[in-house]
Design a protein around this ligand. Sequence first.
Ligand code: ACO
Length: 325
Amino acid sequence: MTRAAILGTGSCLPRRVLTNAELEKMVETTDEWITVRTGIRERRIAGAGEETSKLAAEAARKALAMAGVAAAEIGLIVVGTMTCEKAMPSCACLVQKEIGAVNAFAMDINAACSGFLFGMDVAEKYIKADPTLKVLVIGAETLSTRTNWEDRTTCVLFGDGAGAVVMAAGDGERGMLGSRLFADGSLWHLLHMDAAPSLNPDLVAADYQGPFIRMAGQEVFKYAVRAMQDGVAKVLAQEGVEPEAVRLVIPHQANIRILNSLTERLGIAPEKIYINVHKYGNTSAASMPIALDEANREGRLRPGDPVLFCAFGGGFTWGAAIVRW
Ligand code: ACO
């Protein structure tokens, strides 16, 4: 059976670090509040030349180098993002040009923080349909461009960055075992971000306040924990993998308390959950591939290890996947 394996990983973070101490000078907050409630100590903020597509392209170059795959061998580029510097063309097309992946078709997926997970799933389906295909899956965001820097309830949470993987048909048992993806659009209002203002006066939203992220934090928290737990349970049952057999969990890095609650419910040892939210905050679709790349480069993954991915984001969208490394 053809399985889609991850051949290489890469990530790219903006140079500028924004610490909690600096945020204390921007809004009424404290390092202690942010650390205790979220686990975040600092995040990266993109500067000149670090647009979403540029971060994505650099992460892609690193993943290609690790995989030993040339850009021209890539047949498909999928980017999970909701913060590309252009609404058209897609971030994936900008990456294609930037890295010279001249033989690839390219598209974005907007599944908010679940974008990378949904992208991996799309890649897996294409690779199963055509086992010669090599796919770049990227999660890339510059949430700093869509953050209300006067709103302390959201501006402390987010950061910028990108991560990428190269996927292709694996040999033997290696590759994605299965996935489960979900959405519930009826809850969109709990976590949302308006697009650029309408130029059609009849379609200007009455409650338009700017293209910022808006969120009902406590509601999001509850749904995120329950939904990710449910997604993980379903994918493990589907693939007949016991929770104890999971070697490493690469979760979406939203908030340390969400991850702690999830860990308790999953029955997976805390040391198996990879966490880097303290360094980068919530980078939305970029968080999982950045975490995966760091875990990989730290030698946390060994051939044959079952690796569990789980995500939750605006939509709501959520899901889980299990990959044999
Ligand atoms: N600094 C200081 N005080 C603050 C801050 C801040 N940055 N933000 C809010 N507060 C205050 C509030 O005004 C409130 O004050 P009050 O009691 O006087 O009214 C108090 O802190 C408590 O506010 P809550 O919203 O109840 O705080 P809570 O414990 O729920 O923590 C948080 C807020 C961190 C946002 C939490 O709800 C959360 O983590 N939610 C999940 C949201 C999330 O991660 N979203 C990311 C996108 S979704 C995803 O990626 C999964």
